[in-house]
Design a binder for this molecule. Structure first.
Ligand SMILES: *[C@@H]1O[C@H](CO)[C@@H](O)[C@H](O)[C@H]1NC(C)=O
Ligand SMILES: *[C@@H]1O[C@H](CO)[C@@H](O)[C@H](O)[C@H]1NC(C)=O
Ligand SMILES: *[C@@H]1O[C@H](CO)[C@@H](O)[C@H](O)[C@H]1NC(C)=O
Length: 435
């Protein structure tokens, strides 16, 4: 074959040009994921590149053909705390003016490299629709049992959003943050199609939670440590239980978060007629009946009773403001509690304990799968423990309307079988406090 170019320098030029068209691999977006910025009609796209490039999202309604809409954003460099000080660039672009419930196609990147095309459905607006969520915690890059089924569910359009209740990758900072990269690539088939909403867990602790804060984009201005958002008939509050345990990063964080929680709960209660459900998510539970020495196995757990058993405890706060449902993880198992306050069971009635419950309902769902495998339960369940499942899986949460919520536990060990199924029913009025 005849050489394409007669001299070495034009060969270089040709090579350069062809790279310019296809894009340098360092400029190609990866680890693409979505989050909802708590602004009706919007969605944020976050991704990573290895060199600084512009941040653009092209989107539209057609699967094929040109993508007519454009949104620009910004990027910020992130330097991991490991010895290699690996540096990468996190891009954030918020799409606005989306039509509620409509499916969009998008790609992200810059002229130096584009992602493949992804699809998502814009969230509906207002309180009068029925959001479906996948909820789980403790999903690792190693042994991510729930992920294949979550992918299939996502492709079938089963959910509107994901709640990942802390503990990612195990750990995102590990191997100079390469484990974080691997994890973010693994979840892309789910997280690039659904808003992937998070809270920090103990495994994010390294370098003051910096991998967590940098990689996710949650609403508010606390780098995802605590925030809240509205979704259909629910107000969802995400917070950090970790501020109670890693005090060396700042004791002031416990107090700041507590005061924020209180004012957010007050606001949510003013709006309660419109959005009756208040749902919290935090990593470490107040109660659990696992056979380990975790905080939740102690009678006066820190999350429940606060620092030194009396400062900034969350059980009283959540009870006082009538929180309906509390989602937790950390224990690698599934446990549902009877409605509870201060170790007392407050069933609505013996026949229908979750109809008009007189205390909050707790769900612990941390069995999505990670290298640490499953956590055993104590031999004898406590009187406040309703259901315990030591199997890999995740939770489906269907917020049907202002009075009815459906909770199901999917078992991956049993090929997707529903191993727990319960409705929580609360009247529209009288939800600001439990009486
Ligand atoms: C850790 O991060 C929080 C905010 O994300 C900050 O307020 C705090 O001062 C940091 N602590 C240290 C020791 O850097
Ligand atoms: C709550 O309801 C469950 C289911 O009917 C029952 O087993 C349990 O004993 C009840 N607890 C109390 C304190 O009434
Ligand atoms: C919610 O849905 C349930 C089941 O369909 C129904 O019985 C109930 O009346 C609905 N509540 C509201 C407030 O629409």
């Amino acid at each position: 074959m005849r050489p394409l170019c007669p001299c070495r320098s034009c060969c270089c030029l040709l090579l350069f040009l062809s790279l310019g068209v296809q894009g340098a691999p360092e400029a190609a977006p990866e680890q693409v994921h979505l989050s909802y910025p708590d602004e009706p009609g919007s969605m944020t796209v976050t991704w990573t590149t290895w060199v600084p490039t512009r941040s653009e999202v092209q989107f539209g309604l057609q699967l094929t053909g040109p993508l007519p809409l454009r949104a620009q954003g910004t990027f910020s460099p992130f330097v991991d705390g490991g010895v290699l000080r690996r540096k990468f660039y996190i891009h954030r672009v918020t799409l606005r003016g989306l039509l509620p419930g409509v499916q969009y196609v998008y790609r992200c990147g810059s002229s130096r490299g584009w992602s493949r095309r992804f699809r998502f459905r814009a969230l509906k607006n207002g309180p009068h629709w029925s959001p479906r969520l996948a909820v789980f915690g403790d999903l690792g890059a190693d042994n991510p049992k729930a992920l294949p089924r979550l992918r299939r569910d996502t492709q079938q359009g089963m959910y509107d959003a994901v709640l990942h209740v802390g503990d990612f990758a195990y750990n995102m900072d590990q191997d100079n943050a390469r484990v974080g990269d691997k994890f973010m690539r693994l979840i892309e088939p789910v997280a690039a199609s659904l808003p992937y909403m998070t809270c920090p867990g103990n495994h994010e602790e390294r370098y003051n939670f910096s991998n967590y804060k940098a990689r996710f984009t949650m609403p508010g201005n606390t780098e995802g440590l605590w925030y809240s958002w509205d979704l259909g008939p629910a107000h969802i509050i995400s917070f950090s239980t970790e501020v109670y345990f890693f005090l060396h990063y700042g004791r002031h964080l416990v107090e700041r978060q507590f005061h924020w929680l209180e004012s957010d709960l007050q606001k949510a209660n003013k709006n309660r007629a419109a959005r009756p459900w208040i749902i919290t998510m935090g990593h470490r539970p107040m109660y659990c009946s696992n056979a380990d020495l975790d905080d939740c196995t102690w009678h006066e757990s820190k999350v429940r009773k606060g620092l030194r058993g009396k400062f900034y405890g969350l059980e009283d706060l959540f009870y006082k403001y009538g929180v309906d449902l509390q989602l937790w993880a950390h224990e690698h198992s599934y446990e549902r509690l009877w409605p509870i306050y201060n170790y007392q069971v407050f069933n609505g009635s013996r026949e229908t304990p979750y109809t008009n419950p007189r205390g909050p309902v707790h769900i612990i769902t941390g069995s999505a799968g990670c290298e640490e495998r499953l956590t055993p339960f104590s031999l004898f369940p406590r009187p406040w423990s309703a259901v315990r499942v030591k199997e890999y899986g995740y939770t489906r949460l269907h917020i049907l309307n202002g009075t009815h919520v459906h909770i199901q536990q999917v078992s991956d060990d049993q090929d997707g079988k529903i191993v727990d199924d319960v409705w929580v029913v609360r009247p529209l009025l009288g939800r600001m406090m439990y009486l």
